[in-house]
Design a binder for this molecule. Sequence first.
Ligand code: SF4
Length: 379
Amino acid sequence: MKIAVYIHIPFCQQKCCYCDFVSYAGAQALQQPYIAALCREIAGRGGVFAKIGITINSIFVGGGTPTCLSATLLSELFTCIKQSLPLTATAEWSVEANPGTVDERKLTILLEAGVNRLSLGVQAFDDRLLHTIGRIHRSVEAVQAVRLARQVGFTNLNLDLMHGLPGQTLAAYQESLATAVELGVEHISAYSLIVEEDTPLAGQLERGELRLPDEETDSAMFELSHDYLPAHGYEHYEISNYARASKRCQHNLAYWQYQPYVGFGAAACSFDGKVRATNTADVQQYIEQIAGGQSPVADSEELSRETMLAEYTFLALRTTDGVNETDFATRFSIDFRAYYRNILTNLMEEGLIADTAKGIRLTRQGLRFGNRVFASFLP
Ligand code: SF4
């Protein structure tokens, strides 16, 4: 069996004001014991994979900011991953990096370990916006990070960009897209800002200290990504993701295709096709549990058949390939169109999905209001 692996690094140099990911700033003292615990978890479970015939198609090391670790800790972690996990010869191995935390030594450690895809959290090529959202880097550092990654030898780069940021104009967003394209990266993720509850950004907006772009501008930014990036050679293959030929992110595709995955580290999630298990988000507790030989799983849920059908469907609909009805029938022994007849009819009438020659997919309108579509499949 082939699976995907996610490895979580819950540390950042500074917390961005919109972020609700499990990541802690100013926790340097925990980094060394955390990496030791993480390596122990990876080596322990990784050793079992080979014995039971599991190989790994993709690894994603994310966070947090993996590259905020020291070169010594990075080297320890990536050596352990390389030695413990049975990667296939063509496996994709991605690492998230913040342009403010990369240098030649760290990137060389990653490349030499076998990392073949670097995902840089750029968000915008606009210093004023970067400052507003609390990023530690500036635009010039993002450009330098791309050049440095190329110089070190990375041939597959992703840039994360955001739109709908406080004070962002359509022209500023277009400039960020244009700079990303000019840099010639292989992949661009263009995300819409989501204001999460209890983040500093939510408070700033509530107090009127910041303002989001109006709905019309936000919508224009969304449309701009869909027009501009394909016009510049990037295939639009998921709501927010664009890739040059054969550079789709294999790891994220595994999630969208409802493949099994194993998560290592605090807050990491695993899925075996039926049960979803999540490790404790408490870094100290994670370290203690691993040291004591206990499982770090804090929560697990066996999914009902209805939930699995719904999750499979809305994850597949995120992609422009849409639902693979043959795969659906093989997995669940059920006819997709018959099972969801009423929901599909309603969504087609609303213009949110379409029955195309390639199957059922989101329309352009559906891409914009994906959450409405996805909610309608939930049991
Ligand atoms: S760098 Fe990423 S994970 Fe860290 S605080 Fe910012 S958005 Fe969150």
